[in-house]
Write a protein that binds this ligand. Structure first.
Ligand code: GLV
Ligand code: MN
Ligand code: MN
Length: 416
């Protein structure tokens, strides 16, 4: 089977217009998006995506975790489908491209094949995975994790948001629980297009990142309990200040990550202080430490040192401390064949490219456990993501989707 010719391209204007149309749903406050998982806005985004898939002649399947699968038939009824996709949910102050580019880039692959009248032996399926972000219900990549058999569905459905609402109830509420068993689908391969979310490709002047690995992560939720008391009248020696305990631990988190430079990172993005009143010494804090590294031993070391340092700081201050691991996955090595398909596609199309390790978590990291998987990345301006100002150019999006198209048709095999 000859490789597809370099004249095979997606329609960059149409892809861009769809990105902008999707961004109108769940607008943020600063030009980006707040389309958190299982909100009404998520439901609206899903409906628009389904409409577009129907218009492209696809058949939509939805599983009981709300994962969406839009299928374009192949010519061989026995051939397993090639899957593409990512996620439509966003952070509370998210950008317009994180996840969305991978879903709509996948749809654009199908639209372009339709335009060109190209048939493939294997069906092609575009996926929208539920709750990739993990911002409302921890952990991230929740539904792709259930699909890959990493989490049980019961456990996933019992995850609660900050208001105590259950994932399963919210899925029912927005009306996107399907009837397919989760994980029943078998894949020939999975490809995810995503923005880099970091500064490397732009700094190196490359159009395409060929993602060979993904770094692993550990999310550890820490609860420190002290005693609520008056900020004015409580003498310093009598205070049990949980907020101060957290501050001391966060200094350690930073120090621990720096001690494994240059590749390890660590921070707490989720912090709740109780009772959060100006004149009450915080009696309780709950925060989540996010440690990441491409090296499993480094993640394990950072986690161990957090437990040790945290216990010591709390004991010295007369505070109690509890740790709960609320998310984690090991560093990932993507499939050689799929990675080569992406590199070959970039070569053929004349796009500059380099190998890259993903700093963020992606659904592809879990799907890699059940199917040959790889990712293609395009640059984003100043490496900024998880920020409403996240930006990419139409040219970058087009190059990424062109590479996706070529990797997919080579894997799904063109039938002339
Ligand atoms: C997902 O967006 C993550 O990397 O946390
Ligand atoms: Mn993402
Ligand atoms: Mn994200």
């Amino acid at each position: 089977m000859p490789a597809p010719g370099e004249n095979l391209r997606i329609n960059g204007d149409r892809l861009w217009d769809s990105l902008m149309d999707m961004a109108k749903i769940g607008p943020g406050v600063a030009g980006g998006n707040n389309r958190q998982t299982l909100t009404d806005a998520d439901g609206e985004g899903r409906a628009l995506f389904k409409q577009w898939c129907d218009d492209a002649g696809c058949t939509m399947g939805v599983d009981s975790m709300g994962n969406m699968f839009a299928r374009r038939e192949g010519t061989d009824p026995d051939a397993l489908p090639v899957y593409v996709g990512s996620h439509l949910d966003t952070q509370p102050t998210g950008g317009k491209y994180d996840g969305v580019l991978g879903v709509l880039g996948g749809l654009e692959v199908i639209r372009s094949l339709n335009d060109m009248g190209i048939k493939t032996k294997h069906p092609i399926v575009v996926t929208n995975w539920t709750n990739e972000e993990g911002t409302r219900f921890a952990p991230a990549m929740l539904a792709s994790g259930v699909f890959a058999g990493v989490h049980t569905q019961d456990w996933a459905e019992d995850r609660t948001d900050a208001q105590g609402k259950r994932f399963g109830d919210e899925l029912d509420r927005i009306g996107w629980r399907g009837d397919e068993p989760v994980g029943a689908r078998k894949m020939h391969a999975f490809f995810e297009l995503h923005i880099e979310q970091g500064p490397i490709l732009e700094a190196e002047g490359k159009d395409i990142g060929v993602v060979t690995h993904g770094q692993g992560l550990a999310w550890i939720q820490v609860t420190i309990t002290g005693k609520d008391a008056h900020t004015g009248s409580t003498p310093m020696p009598m205070r049990k200040n949980a907020g101060l305990g957290m501050a001391r631990i966060l200094e350690k988190v930073d120090e621990i990550a720096w001690s494994h430079k240059p590749h390890a990172v660590g921070a707490a993005g989720h912090i709740d202080v109780y009772p959060n009143s100006r004149n009450v010494i915080p009696g309780k804090v709950v925060f989540t430490v996010d440690f990441r590294s491409p090296d499993l031993a480094v993640i394990q070391d950072m986690e161990k040192r957090l437990y040790e340092e945290g216990e010591k700081i709390a004991a010295d201050m007369g505070l109690t401390i509890e740790f709960e691991k609320v998310g984690g996955f090991d560093p990932v090595a993507f499939d050689d064949g799929c990675v080569s398909a992406i590199r070959g596609a970039a070569e053929r199309l004349g796009y500059s490219h380099m190998n890259i390790i993903s700093g963020a978590g992606h659904d592809a990291c879990w799907i890699n456990q059940v199917a040959p998987t790889a990712m293609v990345m395009c640059p984003c301006v100043d490496g900024l993501s998880h920020n409403e100002a996240e930006e990419i150019s139409k040219e970058w999006a087009t190059a990424g989707a062109d590479v996706l198209l070529h990797a997919v048709v080579e894997t799904a095999e063109i039938v002339s």
